[in-house]
Design a protein around this ligand. Structure first.
Ligand code: NAD
Length: 493
């Protein structure tokens, strides 16, 4: 059964790049297969564009910028809202596509479509509120102020774990600001990006405003980073690649936004009900099979409730079902590919070899070669890989701590600073720990923390800038200051 036959609208499945409003073949004949991580079957192929075709995308975005930026904000808003409506109308097909190429369970994929679409609606509206300022003048007979203007072409490079929402969170902000965009999705999950392009076209977003280029990642990124006409780069992905791109953007002094890795601590205070906290920790750890920058990677539990917490965690974890995301009642899909499984196994072996206890996790039960059964380790310590590296897998590591000062030190003992979770009802502890955590986002007594109104982003090696919220659009805006002099006598100046 082909992929398109699984969709009620087969035209959402595209095996081309999308440049200047045209579905584009690779001119060099290079193409790559895209696989269903659950079955290992090839879902389809995508072309790898040649260098001059990437440059052609920049030409198209440059030409389209002239007209797109000249539209009124409310006109751009209408087109973005039309795109939002189409995302909603095609939610089921978009979710199916995503589950097939990414592996996440269908309900999670539906949730991501909803989440991704919500950024389009949010920024459609925010585009109408890119206010400048009036500045009380210190110069006689002059009026001073600022105007917000779109930066220009934005290159958007995105990962495979959230194939749709990581694109809309960037593209909608950029497009609402008046920028045109060139999206380079992850090679593992291009079809969600291409479906977005199909729907953007149907929404009346003009040719050249939203482009999707495909190709060898390092080659494509080098061209986009070196292009002087590309004024902003927004990247979500690993810290390793983020550093590389930051360097590559130095020559053209681009605006760079980076959403990089996380290594979230999940802190449980001594006052917590161990069962309630354990169930929350399971939810925070195993979303997207652990392939989530917000995954609770280091679970730090007060020693007084540690054993009870571990018991409830293991019980809850045992109830998780692993399988093909298209099947009902599945909680965890496959990992993205075989290397991810090997990395997860190596992290578990490393921890055990250094003294961690394997409480649960039996890989013989895995339903296929890309699947990894949930693992629970206790006695995790600083010298283990699992402490420092994102496992990006359903591997939970628990560590006991004695007091607040110790847990703050433990939580901050990482190069990452994206998100942290804190479970306690003691308001003094909440305030002390919340302020001391070196993370861009802290969620207290809640697993869910993201959404359009939120400034999403990290500190330390987790990135630069914020996406979403009222400031997310600023990543794509320049502030132009003006001084209107020689006005004669200006009252109040
Ligand atoms: P990745 O860095 O390997 O890839 C991300 C993107 O960069 C993909 O489009 C990929 O094709 C491209 N890329 C890969 N190698 C490249 C190279 N040498 N030069 C230029 N581009 C290259 O990351 P991933 O494995 O796709 O995603 C997982 C990572 O993303 C994790 O570290 C995760 O924490 C992070 N992430 C962060 C957030 C956030 O908002 N902070 C959200 C989701 C994922």
């Amino acid at each position: 059964m082909t992929l398109s036959s699984k969709l009620s609208d087969p035209r959402l499945f595209r095996q081309y790049a999308y440049v200047d409003g045209k579905w584009t073949h690779g001119e060099g004949g290079r193409e790559e297969a895209v696989f269903d991580p659950a079955t290992g079957e090839a879902l389809g192929h995508i072309p790898w564009l040649e260098a001059h075709q990437i440059t052609a995308a920049v030409d198209a975005a440059e030409a389209a910028f002239v007209h797109w930026r000249a539209l009124r904000a409310d006109e751009r808003c209408e087109r973005l809202l039309a795109w939002y409506d189409l995302l909603q109308a095609h939610r089921e097909d978009l979710a199916t596509l995503m589950t097939l190429e990414q592996g996440k369970p269908l309900p999670d994929a539906r949730g991501e479509v909803e989440y991704g679409a919500s950024f389009v609606r949010w920024f459609a509206e925010e585009g109408k509120r890119t206010f400048g300022e009036t500045i009380p003048s210190h110069i006689p007979n002059a009026a001073l102020g600022t105007i917000k203007e779109p930066v220009g072409i934005a290159a958007l490079i995105t990962p495979w774990n959230f194939p749709l929402a990581m694109i809309t969170r960037k593209a909608a902000a950029a497009m609402a600001a008046g920028c045109t965009v060139i999206v380079k999705p992850a090679g593992e999950t291009p079809f969600s990006a291409l479906a977005l392009a199909e729907l953007a076209e149907r929404a009346g977003i003009p040719a050249g405003v939203f482009n999707v280029v495909l190709g060898e990642p390092a080659e494509v990124s080098k061209i986009l980073c070196a292009e002087d006409r590309v004024k902003a780069l927004s990247f979500t992905g690993s810290t390793r690649v983020g550093r590389l791109l930051l360097e590559q953007c130095a020559n053209t002094v681009k605006r760079v936004s980076l959403e990089l890795g996380g290594n979230a601590p999940f802190i449980v205070g001594p006052d917590m009900d161990p069962k309630e906290a354990a169930f929350a920790a399971v939810a925070a750890k195993f979303q997207t099979a652990g392939q989530d920058c917000l995954a609770a990677d280091r679970i730090l539990v007060h020693e007084s409730i540690h054993d009870a917490f571990v018991e409830h965690f293991a019980e809850r974890m045992a109830a998780l079902t692993v399988g093909n995301g298209l099947e009902s009642e599945v909680d965890l899909g496959p990992l993205i590919h075989r290397q991810a499984v090997e990395k997860a196994a190596a992290i578990v072996d490393d921890a055990i070899s250094k003294g961690a206890t394997l409480v649960a996790g039996d890989q013989s039960q895995a339903p296929g070669e890309n699947f990894f059964m949930p693992v629970l380790l206790t006695g995790v310590t600083h010298d283990m890989k699992i402490w420092h590296e994102e496992s990006f897998a359903p591997v939970a590591g628990i560590t006991a701590y004695a007091d607040d000062d110790q847990v703050i030190e433990m939580a901050n003992d990482t190069e990452y600073g994206l998100a942290a979770y804190l479970y306690t009802h003691d308001i003094r502890r909440i305030w002390k720990v919340l302020r001391a955590l070196e993370f861009g986002m802290v969620s207290v007594n809640s697993v869910k923390m993201t959404g359009p109104p939120v400034p999403f982003g990290g500190v330390k090696h987790s990135g630069l800038g914020r996406e979403g919220g009222v400031t997310g659009i600023d990543e794509y805006l320049e502030t132009k200051y003006y001084c209107l002099g020689a006005l004669g006598s200006v009252s109040g100046s």
